[in-house]
Ligand binder design. Structure first.
Ligand code: SF4
Length: 391
């Protein structure tokens, strides 16, 4: 699905240590007007976007936010998502206005709100947001959204201050925020190299066991667990929660677009050029079975912490993964959202491997060049498939 990530404004009522946006650059206006929002939504809908994610800054600061949602619904978007800190949604009236906003359902299948909450402890939460008095308002905002029957999820950024408490945070969501539908975890997107940003970045190999435990707890209670696209890290640092990596890559592609008042661009996080500029791989990655689907580790992280945590996978490691003996059938499509459509196929194969398949039938790939077929076959073999056939 082609998504449109629409940042409506730069202003925010919090001041998070890890903010990926910050203040509006010099000479850039701070928000879109209502008529500009409507024009942009119309343009992106005509270009084929079917889902829109509204964020900021903080979108609830716009008194015309309900009109933006109504306009998106009227234009036929099938999914409308709002990313907010929900401080303003401690007011039930504001929540009611959002609930009413889409008007008659039309094509809209889901109005969802994702609320940023980075700790279940007030002290940690307000240290990260640098905004006192916000923790209780955010929690109340989440409860108001759930009570109003709006599909509500939580966005939780992993930092050095909260990663050990990921399982406890999952317990808090399950027991203290009943009705929430899921949690999106995120690593910090290193938009700035400010000292506090680097200090906040945890040692990634230490996060994995806590994240796995939290995901397990949430899934056991039927909650959705996902990972945000902007902070994606290599699979070898996600021990136990590798499908969060594959799901994120499969769900996002470069035909989706991001836009704020300074620029519109393709979703950059999975582009080769973006990875070349911002990420790195040590020479040992050349021998890794996952090398063809891995973008590498952030350069700033490698400079600061080295690359000893990265662990190349051998074929033997991948053969050691559980295998049900099942055969997966998958169709190859030349999805324009991928720079190389064969990359999409490789990620889907890896996803299937982590889900226990060790044989695959690939439909629609037969006419492809021999070199491509050989590369897919080699990758499949290296990640532990015992048989792969092309139809
Ligand atoms: S290619 Fe390198 S960074 Fe990527 S998963 Fe393999 S070892 Fe890790």
């Amino acid at each position: 699905m082609k998504k449109f990530f629409f940042s409506l404004l730069w202003d925010c009522n919090e001041n998070c240590l890890f903010c990926a946006k910050g203040k509006a650059p010099e000479g850039v206006k701070r928000r879109f007007s209502m008529s500009e929002c409507a024009a942009m939504l119309r343009k992106k809908r005509l270009e084929g976007c079917d889902a829109v994610s509204l964020d900021g800054g903080e979108p609830t600061l716009l008194d015309y936010l309900p009109d933006v949602i109504r306009t998106a619904s009227g234009l036929g978007y099938s999914q409308i998502h709002l990313l907010t800190n929900a401080v303003a949604l401690s007011s039930p009236e504001k929540v009611a206005a959002i609930k009413r906003a889409p008007g008659p359902a039309g094509r809209l299948k889901r109005l969802g709100v994702c609320v940023s909450l980075h700790s279940h402890e007030r002290r940690i939460s307000e240290t990260l947001t640098r905004s006192s008095g916000t923790f209780e308002k955010t929690v109340l905002g989440i409860r108001n959204l759930v009570s109003a029957g709006i599909h509500t999820t939580v966005y939780h950024l992993i930092t050095s201050l909260n990663y050990r408490a990921l399982p406890a945070f999952a317990d808090f969501v399950i027991n203290g925020l009943r009705g929430v539908g899921g949690v999106t975890f995120s690593h910090i997107y290193p938009a700035s190299r400010k000292a506090e940003n680097l200090r906040l970045y945890p040692r990634l190999s230490k996060v994995a066991p806590h994240l796995s435990r939290a995901a397990e707890k949430l899934r056991a209670k039927g909650l959705e667990v996902s990972m945000s696209n902007c902070g994606i890290i290599p699979v070898c640092l996600m021990g136990g929660c590798e499908t969060l990596f594959t799901d994120t890559v499969i769900d996002n592609n470069i035909s989706s677009e991001t836009c704020d008042t300074s620029k519109t661009e393709s979703l950059p996080f999975f582009m080769e050029l973006f990875n070349k500029r911002n990420k790195t791989k040590p020479p040992s990655c050349a021998a890794c079975a996952l090398n063809p689907v891995c973008g590498g580790i952030w350069k700033f992280y490698a400079e600061r912490r080295g690359t000893a945590e990265l662990k190349p996978y051998s074929r033997k490691d991948m053969l050691g993964l559980p295998a049900s003996g099942g055969t997966a059938a998958l169709a190859f499509k030349k999805d324009p959202g991928w720079e190389d459509p064969a990359s999409a196929l490789l990620v889907r194969l890896l996803d299937l491997r982590y889900r226990g398949f060790d044989k695959a039938k690939i439909k629609g790939f037969k006419g492809e060049a021999a070199a491509r077929t050989a590369a897919v076959r080699k990758f499949a073999r290296n990640i532990g498939f015992s048989r792969i056939t092309f139809h």
